[in-house]
Ligand binder design. Structure first.
Ligand SMILES: [Ca+2]
Ligand SMILES: [Ca+2]
Ligand SMILES: [Ca+2]
Ligand SMILES: [Ca+2]
Length: 291
């Protein structure tokens, strides 16, 4: 079966509706990541310690909905905090200062198939919430999302899940089971930070429950190298890598070394399924402007 990609980008995840940087008010200054991250961490940890979810329901293959609930002091239920893992995600500001952010996450069910990369497209249903419990975007039916162009906290979280298995019903519809289900608690620095969006005030930590049905290995520029492998500095992310310095990242650049020969045409000229390095200098031809 050939999979068809429908890129129905959810507005909330990708488009900033109001950028405070453009605000004409002279008194407005954008907060520092290093200060905001402490505020958000405090807020998220308080939420995690005072809430739980229906974790006992995820020991099977069916489609279970995550239900968050408050926890009382005398409860024997595990809090979210007791179950959460932490992934450290760095953010570099315009001055080059790096701030580490804690992405808290819970894998309610890991999933049975493959993990997508941070640059792949994923087929997900999700509920996006604030720490006050309000929901700002609830997708009951799955949609395709390009992780490379989604919020940093979202793509780092979803890439920790595994996809499921699917079967085709007699009427042609696809049914997914044993897919990954996760909860992600995202500080604003790897969310929208100073920007607002519909239902999301500035500097809001975000909570997402996500079901990952399937994914597609994605090659954004169709040059024959999957986007995740257009990663030159070796940090396992193709973001910001730009071999020829033309301000077009390799994942979007059809001629990665800028030598006038398209990457797809100098990858493997002798068709031996090995990436060519004609002058044996350790740099593959498609990244070598001298060859
Ligand atoms: Ca480039
Ligand atoms: Ca490329
Ligand atoms: Ca080239
Ligand atoms: Ca070359």
């Amino acid at each position: 079966m050939k999979k068809k990609l429908f890129f129905l980008f959810p507005v909330l995840l990708f488009f900033i509706q109001c950028n405070k940087d453009d605000n004409t008010s002279p008194s407005y200054t954008i907060r520092d990541y290093s200060e905001q991250v402490l505020v958000d961490q405090d807020l998220l940890e308080t939420y995690l310690k005072t809430h739980t979810y229906n974790y006992e329901n995820f020991n099977n293959e069916s489609d279970i909905k995550i239900k968050l609930d408050t926890i009382t002091d005398d409860s024997s239920r595990l809090s979210l905090f007791e179950q959460a893992s932490i992934k450290t995600v760095d953010v570099t500001d315009t001055d080059g200062q790096i701030t580490s952010h804690n992405l808290y996450y819970i894998i309610a069910r890991e999933g049975s198939n493959r993990r997508p990369s941070v640059a792949d497209s994923v087929y997900v249903s999700y509920n996006g919430m604030l720490t006050d419990g309000s929901s700002f975007d609830n997708r009951k039916f799955p949609i395709w999302i390009d992780l490379a162009n989604s919020l940093q906290g979202f793509r780092e979280g979803v890439s920790e899940l595994r996809t499921g298995k699917y079967s085709e019903n007699s009427n042609g519809t696809i049914e997914y089971n044993s897919f990954g289900v996760g909860l992600f608690f995202i500080p604003s620095g790897i969310g929208y930070f100073e920007n607002t969006s519909s239902g999301i005030p500035e500097y809001s930590p975000l909570i997402f429950s996500v079901k990952l049905m399937t994914h597609t290995d994605t090659d954004h520029d169709n040059d024959g190298i999957l986007s995740i492998f257009e990663d030159i500095d070796g940090d396992n992310k193709p973001f910001g890598d730009d071999t020829d310095g033309d301000n077009l990242w390799n994942m979007y650049d059809v001629d990665d070394d800028g030598d006038g020969v398209l990457t797809v045409n100098e990858l493997d000229k002798n068709n031996d399924s090995i990436i060519d390095d004609s002058n044996n200098d350790g740099i593959p031809d498609y990244l070598d402007p001298d060859n």
